[in-house]
Design a protein around this ligand. Structure first.
Ligand code: ZN
Length: 92
């Protein structure tokens, strides 16, 4: 299942946060999670910030819906990914 970057809306597998730790981009899973949702996927995976997408487009919708689910579900990334999968029709 995927989660979306709350900055740019790019999809990432939930397990990719573990990969970021394994690759030395974060000290632990919680650190990876904080960087991913705080600074964006670019900072976590590419060592440079990613950019906000065009307002109103599908990438912006993915980013905004993920941010809203993060507010509601908090640390439950599997729950967030599950909700996003159910909401995929919104992102086309
Ligand atoms: Zn991003």
């Amino acid at each position: 299942m995927d989660i979306y970057c709350t900055t740019c809306g790019e999809p990432w597998a939930v397990d990719s946060l573990h990969d970021a730790v394994d690759e030395g981009n974060a000290s632990d899973y919680q650190d990876a999670r904080m960087i991913f949702f705080g600074s964006g996927c670019g900072t976590l995976f590419n060592n440079r910030p990613c950019e906000r997408p065009e307002t109103g487009g599908p990438a912006a919708m993915r980013a905004n819906v993920t941010a809203a689910l993060l507010d509601v579900l908090g640390d439950d990334l599997d729950g967030i990914a599950s909700e996003l999968e159910g909401a995929a029709w919104m992102f086309d």
